[in-house]
Ligand binder design. Structure first.
Ligand SMILES: [Zn+2]
Ligand SMILES: [Zn+2]
Length: 345
Protein backbone atom coordinates (compact mmCIF):
# COMPACT_ATOMS: atom_id res chain seq x y z
CA UNK A 1 0.00 0.00 0.00
CA UNK A 2 0.97 3.65 -0.37
CA UNK A 3 1.44 6.19 2.42
CA UNK A 4 2.53 9.83 2.49
CA UNK A 5 5.26 11.16 4.78
CA UNK A 6 7.79 13.95 5.07
CA UNK A 7 10.59 13.44 2.56
CA UNK A 8 14.23 13.50 3.70
CA UNK A 9 15.22 16.71 1.96
CA UNK A 10 11.84 18.43 2.54
CA UNK A 11 8.52 18.09 0.75
CA UNK A 12 6.14 15.17 0.80
CA UNK A 13 6.85 11.65 -0.46
CA UNK A 14 4.55 8.77 -1.32
CA UNK A 15 6.12 5.42 -0.40
CA UNK A 16 5.10 1.79 -0.79
CA UNK A 17 5.08 -0.39 2.32
CA UNK A 18 3.43 -3.51 3.73
CA UNK A 19 -0.16 -3.19 4.98
CA UNK A 20 -0.35 -2.87 8.78
CA UNK A 21 -1.81 -5.76 10.74
CA UNK A 22 -3.98 -5.60 13.86
CA UNK A 23 -2.29 -6.92 16.99
CA UNK A 24 -4.24 -7.65 20.20
CA UNK A 25 -6.59 -4.76 20.98
CA UNK A 26 -5.71 -2.94 17.75
CA UNK A 27 -7.76 -2.02 14.70
CA UNK A 28 -6.74 -1.48 11.08
CA UNK A 29 -8.79 1.08 9.16
CA UNK A 30 -8.88 1.55 5.37
CA UNK A 31 -8.79 5.24 4.51
CA UNK A 32 -11.80 7.03 3.03
CA UNK A 33 -10.72 10.63 3.64
CA UNK A 34 -8.31 12.70 5.71
CA UNK A 35 -8.21 16.49 5.85
CA UNK A 36 -5.03 18.47 5.27
CA UNK A 37 -4.49 20.54 8.43
CA UNK A 38 -2.51 23.76 8.78
CA UNK A 39 -0.18 21.87 11.13
CA UNK A 40 0.54 19.35 8.34
CA UNK A 41 1.61 22.29 6.18
CA UNK A 42 3.77 23.64 9.02
CA UNK A 43 5.45 20.23 9.39
CA UNK A 44 6.24 20.33 5.69
CA UNK A 45 7.76 23.78 6.13
CA UNK A 46 9.78 22.49 9.11
CA UNK A 47 8.24 24.97 11.51
CA UNK A 48 6.43 22.63 13.92
CA UNK A 49 8.27 21.17 16.92
CA UNK A 50 6.68 17.72 16.97
CA UNK A 51 7.21 14.31 15.44
CA UNK A 52 6.67 14.35 11.71
CA UNK A 53 3.65 12.08 11.28
CA UNK A 54 1.27 13.55 8.70
CA UNK A 55 -2.52 13.28 8.64
CA UNK A 56 -4.65 13.30 11.79
CA UNK A 57 -8.20 13.85 10.60
CA UNK A 58 -9.02 10.45 9.09
CA UNK A 59 -12.24 8.58 8.46
CA UNK A 60 -12.53 5.17 6.85
CA UNK A 61 -13.82 1.62 7.11
CA UNK A 62 -12.76 -0.91 9.70
CA UNK A 63 -10.63 -3.44 7.84
CA UNK A 64 -9.29 -5.75 10.55
CA UNK A 65 -9.93 -6.23 14.26
CA UNK A 66 -7.27 -7.48 16.64
CA UNK A 67 -8.00 -10.06 19.33
CA UNK A 68 -10.27 -8.77 22.08
CA UNK A 69 -11.73 -5.76 20.23
CA UNK A 70 -15.48 -5.54 20.74
CA UNK A 71 -18.22 -3.20 19.55
CA UNK A 72 -16.86 -2.84 16.00
CA UNK A 73 -17.28 -4.90 12.84
CA UNK A 74 -15.37 -5.12 9.58
CA UNK A 75 -16.76 -2.52 7.14
CA UNK A 76 -17.99 -0.10 9.82
CA UNK A 77 -17.63 3.57 8.84
CA UNK A 78 -15.57 5.28 11.53
CA UNK A 79 -13.74 8.42 12.55
CA UNK A 80 -10.41 7.80 14.29
CA UNK A 81 -8.76 10.14 16.77
CA UNK A 82 -4.95 9.96 16.60
CA UNK A 83 -4.20 11.14 20.17
CA UNK A 84 -5.79 10.01 23.44
CA UNK A 85 -5.22 11.21 26.99
CA UNK A 86 -4.48 8.73 29.78
CA UNK A 87 -7.47 9.88 31.83
CA UNK A 88 -5.71 9.02 35.11
CA UNK A 89 -2.88 11.53 35.66
CA UNK A 90 -3.18 14.75 37.65
CA UNK A 91 -3.43 16.87 34.49
CA UNK A 92 -6.24 14.73 33.09
CA UNK A 93 -8.09 14.66 36.42
CA UNK A 94 -7.79 18.46 36.70
CA UNK A 95 -9.56 18.83 33.35
CA UNK A 96 -6.76 19.49 30.87
CA UNK A 97 -6.56 16.15 29.04
CA UNK A 98 -5.04 17.53 25.83
CA UNK A 99 -2.01 18.57 27.90
CA UNK A 100 -1.66 15.06 29.39
CA UNK A 101 2.00 14.01 28.99
CA UNK A 102 0.98 10.82 27.18
CA UNK A 103 -1.59 12.52 24.92
CA UNK A 104 0.59 13.27 21.93
CA UNK A 105 2.64 10.07 22.30
CA UNK A 106 -0.22 8.00 20.92
CA UNK A 107 -0.58 8.13 17.14
CA UNK A 108 -1.74 6.28 14.07
CA UNK A 109 0.69 4.05 12.20
CA UNK A 110 1.87 5.23 9.74
CA UNK A 111 -0.49 8.27 9.80
CA UNK A 112 -3.72 9.48 8.25
CA UNK A 113 -2.46 9.86 4.69
CA UNK A 114 -2.14 6.13 4.17
CA UNK A 115 -4.27 3.61 2.27
CA UNK A 116 -4.65 1.79 5.59
CA UNK A 117 -3.46 2.56 9.09
CA UNK A 118 -3.19 0.81 12.45
CA UNK A 119 -4.96 2.28 15.48
CA UNK A 120 -2.93 1.50 18.64
CA UNK A 121 -4.47 -0.50 21.45
CA UNK A 122 -4.63 2.47 23.88
CA UNK A 123 -6.50 4.60 21.32
CA UNK A 124 -9.02 1.77 20.75
CA UNK A 125 -9.39 1.16 24.49
CA UNK A 126 -9.93 4.84 25.31
CA UNK A 127 -12.66 5.36 22.72
CA UNK A 128 -10.75 7.01 19.87
CA UNK A 129 -12.80 5.16 17.25
CA UNK A 130 -16.18 6.82 16.74
CA UNK A 131 -18.73 5.06 14.48
CA UNK A 132 -20.11 7.56 11.97
CA UNK A 133 -23.84 8.03 11.64
CA UNK A 134 -25.10 6.92 8.21
CA UNK A 135 -26.09 10.54 7.46
CA UNK A 136 -22.57 11.89 8.03
CA UNK A 137 -20.55 12.10 4.80
CA UNK A 138 -16.84 11.27 4.57
CA UNK A 139 -16.15 14.99 4.03
CA UNK A 140 -17.92 15.97 7.23
CA UNK A 141 -16.31 13.04 9.05
CA UNK A 142 -12.92 14.45 8.07
CA UNK A 143 -13.93 17.75 9.70
CA UNK A 144 -14.77 16.18 13.07
CA UNK A 145 -11.24 16.50 14.49
CA UNK A 146 -10.72 20.20 13.68
CA UNK A 147 -14.32 20.97 14.73
CA UNK A 148 -13.67 19.05 17.96
CA UNK A 149 -10.61 21.26 18.55
CA UNK A 150 -12.85 24.31 18.26
CA UNK A 151 -15.38 22.92 20.72
CA UNK A 152 -12.60 22.04 23.19
CA UNK A 153 -11.34 25.62 22.86
CA UNK A 154 -14.79 27.07 23.54
CA UNK A 155 -15.14 24.80 26.57
CA UNK A 156 -11.70 25.82 27.88
CA UNK A 157 -12.68 29.49 27.96
CA UNK A 158 -15.04 28.88 30.90
CA UNK A 159 -17.51 31.48 32.16
CA UNK A 160 -20.50 32.73 30.20
CA UNK A 161 -20.43 31.71 26.52
CA UNK A 162 -19.30 34.68 24.37
CA UNK A 163 -22.02 36.78 22.74
CA UNK A 164 -19.71 38.77 20.46
CA UNK A 165 -16.81 37.07 18.69
CA UNK A 166 -14.11 38.18 16.27
CA UNK A 167 -12.14 35.54 14.38
CA UNK A 168 -8.72 36.57 13.08
CA UNK A 169 -8.01 34.32 10.10
CA UNK A 170 -10.89 32.64 8.28
CA UNK A 171 -9.14 29.47 7.16
CA UNK A 172 -10.84 26.10 7.74
CA UNK A 173 -10.49 26.32 11.55
CA UNK A 174 -11.45 29.99 11.73
CA UNK A 175 -14.59 29.21 9.73
CA UNK A 176 -15.36 26.17 11.90
CA UNK A 177 -14.84 28.36 14.95
CA UNK A 178 -17.41 30.86 13.70
CA UNK A 179 -19.94 28.07 13.03
CA UNK A 180 -19.49 26.52 16.49
CA UNK A 181 -19.51 29.86 18.30
CA UNK A 182 -22.87 30.54 16.63
CA UNK A 183 -24.09 27.05 17.55
CA UNK A 184 -23.22 27.78 21.21
CA UNK A 185 -25.14 31.05 21.18
CA UNK A 186 -22.93 33.88 19.90
CA UNK A 187 -25.17 36.66 18.58
CA UNK A 188 -22.58 38.68 16.63
CA UNK A 189 -19.58 37.23 14.80
CA UNK A 190 -17.06 39.06 12.65
CA UNK A 191 -13.82 37.97 11.05
CA UNK A 192 -10.73 39.23 9.31
CA UNK A 193 -9.14 37.42 6.38
CA UNK A 194 -6.94 38.43 3.48
CA UNK A 195 -8.26 35.89 0.94
CA UNK A 196 -11.51 37.02 -0.79
CA UNK A 197 -12.61 33.40 -1.36
CA UNK A 198 -12.56 32.69 2.38
CA UNK A 199 -14.34 35.95 3.23
CA UNK A 200 -17.07 34.96 0.75
CA UNK A 201 -17.45 31.49 2.31
CA UNK A 202 -17.64 33.14 5.75
CA UNK A 203 -20.38 35.52 4.68
CA UNK A 204 -22.39 32.78 2.98
CA UNK A 205 -22.03 30.76 6.19
CA UNK A 206 -23.61 33.46 8.33
CA UNK A 207 -20.72 35.57 9.68
CA UNK A 208 -22.11 39.06 10.28
CA UNK A 209 -19.18 41.03 8.88
CA UNK A 210 -15.80 40.29 7.31
CA UNK A 211 -12.95 42.66 6.55
CA UNK A 212 -9.55 42.59 4.89
CA UNK A 213 -7.12 43.16 7.81
CA UNK A 214 -4.69 45.00 5.50
CA UNK A 215 -7.18 47.86 5.39
CA UNK A 216 -5.96 50.22 8.12
CA UNK A 217 -8.20 50.32 11.22
CA UNK A 218 -10.99 48.32 9.52
CA UNK A 219 -11.15 45.58 12.17
CA UNK A 220 -11.21 48.08 15.06
CA UNK A 221 -13.94 50.11 13.34
CA UNK A 222 -16.14 47.06 12.69
CA UNK A 223 -15.75 45.86 16.28
CA UNK A 224 -16.40 49.31 17.77
CA UNK A 225 -19.53 49.76 15.65
CA UNK A 226 -20.99 46.39 16.66
CA UNK A 227 -20.19 46.67 20.38
CA UNK A 228 -20.76 50.38 21.07
CA UNK A 229 -17.02 50.80 21.46
CA UNK A 230 -16.67 48.13 24.19
CA UNK A 231 -14.84 45.45 22.23
CA UNK A 232 -15.78 41.80 21.71
CA UNK A 233 -16.16 39.16 24.43
CA UNK A 234 -13.85 36.83 22.53
CA UNK A 235 -11.16 37.32 19.90
CA UNK A 236 -9.92 34.12 18.30
CA UNK A 237 -6.42 33.93 16.87
CA UNK A 238 -6.92 31.37 14.12
CA UNK A 239 -3.63 31.96 12.33
CA UNK A 240 -0.03 31.35 13.36
CA UNK A 241 1.11 34.89 12.79
CA UNK A 242 2.43 36.49 16.04
CA UNK A 243 1.42 40.07 15.17
CA UNK A 244 -2.19 38.90 15.06
CA UNK A 245 -2.12 38.06 18.79
CA UNK A 246 -1.44 41.67 19.68
CA UNK A 247 -4.17 42.83 17.31
CA UNK A 248 -6.54 40.43 19.10
CA UNK A 249 -5.71 41.86 22.54
CA UNK A 250 -6.74 45.30 21.26
CA UNK A 251 -10.24 44.40 20.13
CA UNK A 252 -11.50 42.52 23.20
CA UNK A 253 -13.60 44.26 25.83
CA UNK A 254 -12.46 44.83 29.43
CA UNK A 255 -12.38 41.37 31.02
CA UNK A 256 -12.55 39.80 27.57
CA UNK A 257 -10.71 36.76 26.26
CA UNK A 258 -8.17 36.12 23.53
CA UNK A 259 -8.13 32.49 22.46
CA UNK A 260 -4.76 31.42 21.10
CA UNK A 261 -6.07 28.78 18.73
CA UNK A 262 -3.82 28.68 15.67
CA UNK A 263 -0.37 27.17 16.08
CA UNK A 264 2.10 30.03 16.64
CA UNK A 265 5.40 29.87 14.77
CA UNK A 266 8.16 28.38 16.92
CA UNK A 267 10.12 31.11 18.66
CA UNK A 268 7.52 33.83 18.04
CA UNK A 269 7.17 36.51 20.73
CA UNK A 270 4.21 38.49 22.02
CA UNK A 271 4.92 42.22 21.95
CA UNK A 272 2.11 43.78 23.99
CA UNK A 273 1.68 46.43 26.69
CA UNK A 274 1.37 44.24 29.79
CA UNK A 275 -0.01 47.06 31.94
CA UNK A 276 -2.75 47.59 29.40
CA UNK A 277 -3.57 43.85 29.49
CA UNK A 278 -3.54 43.93 33.29
CA UNK A 279 -5.74 46.99 33.70
CA UNK A 280 -8.23 45.74 31.12
CA UNK A 281 -8.22 42.21 32.58
CA UNK A 282 -7.57 40.57 29.23
CA UNK A 283 -7.29 36.80 29.44
CA UNK A 284 -5.13 34.95 26.94
CA UNK A 285 -6.14 31.30 26.79
CA UNK A 286 -4.36 28.84 24.51
CA UNK A 287 -6.15 25.73 23.36
CA UNK A 288 -4.51 22.74 21.75
CA UNK A 289 -6.24 19.69 20.26
CA UNK A 290 -9.43 17.93 21.35
CA UNK A 291 -10.97 15.08 23.30
CA UNK A 292 -13.28 12.12 22.64
CA UNK A 293 -16.33 13.74 24.36
CA UNK A 294 -15.94 16.96 22.33
CA UNK A 295 -15.59 15.07 19.02
CA UNK A 296 -18.69 13.05 19.93
CA UNK A 297 -20.56 16.28 20.74
CA UNK A 298 -19.70 17.77 17.33
CA UNK A 299 -20.88 14.53 15.69
CA UNK A 300 -24.18 14.70 17.64
CA UNK A 301 -24.74 18.33 16.63
CA UNK A 302 -24.06 17.50 12.96
CA UNK A 303 -26.46 14.54 13.11
CA UNK A 304 -29.09 16.70 14.84
CA UNK A 305 -28.81 19.12 11.90
CA UNK A 306 -28.09 22.23 13.97
CA UNK A 307 -24.43 22.41 12.89
CA UNK A 308 -23.73 22.47 9.17
CA UNK A 309 -20.11 22.37 7.97
CA UNK A 310 -20.08 20.29 4.77
CA UNK A 311 -19.58 23.35 2.53
CA UNK A 312 -16.13 23.99 4.03
CA UNK A 313 -14.63 21.11 2.04
CA UNK A 314 -13.81 22.65 -1.33
CA UNK A 315 -11.43 20.04 -2.77
CA UNK A 316 -11.02 16.25 -2.75
CA UNK A 317 -7.71 14.90 -4.02
CA UNK A 318 -6.80 11.18 -4.22
CA UNK A 319 -3.89 9.99 -2.07
CA UNK A 320 -1.86 9.29 -5.23
CA UNK A 321 -1.77 13.06 -5.79
CA UNK A 322 -1.19 14.06 -2.14
CA UNK A 323 1.44 16.66 -3.14
CA UNK A 324 -1.24 18.47 -5.13
CA UNK A 325 -3.53 18.39 -2.07
CA UNK A 326 -0.83 20.08 -0.01
CA UNK A 327 -0.19 22.69 -2.70
CA UNK A 328 -3.90 23.51 -2.83
CA UNK A 329 -4.26 23.66 0.96
CA UNK A 330 -1.50 26.27 1.01
CA UNK A 331 -3.40 28.53 -1.42
CA UNK A 332 -6.06 30.48 0.51
CA UNK A 333 -7.32 32.10 -2.69
CA UNK A 334 -8.22 28.75 -4.24
CA UNK A 335 -9.22 26.43 -1.43
CA UNK A 336 -10.77 26.27 2.01
CA UNK A 337 -10.54 22.69 3.29
CA UNK A 338 -8.74 20.11 1.19
CA UNK A 339 -9.45 16.44 1.84
CA UNK A 340 -7.23 13.59 0.67
CA UNK A 341 -9.29 10.58 -0.36
CA UNK A 342 -8.40 6.91 0.01
CA UNK A 343 -9.51 3.48 -1.26
CA UNK A 344 -12.56 3.20 1.04
CA UNK A 345 -14.14 6.42 -0.26
ZN1 LIG B 1 -5.38 19.54 12.72
ZN1 LIG C 1 -3.24 12.05 31.59
Amino acid sequence: MKFAHLAEGGGIALTERAEPTAGPGEVVVRLAACGVCGTDLEKLRGRYRTAGILGHEPVGRVDALGAGVTGLARGDRVFVHHHVACGACEICRRGDPTFCPTYSKTNLDPGGFSEAFRVPEENVRRGAILPLDATVSWDVGALLEPAGCVLTALHRLGGTPPASVWVLGLGPVGLLYARLARELGATWIGGSEIAPLRRAVAERGGIDVTVDPREDGAVERAVARATDGRGVDLAVVATGHPAVVRAATRIVRRGGTVNLFGLPEAGSRLDADLQDLYLRGVRIIPSYATTEPDIAEVHRRVVAGTLSIADLVTHRVPLARVDEAFRLAGRPDEAVKVVVTGPAN
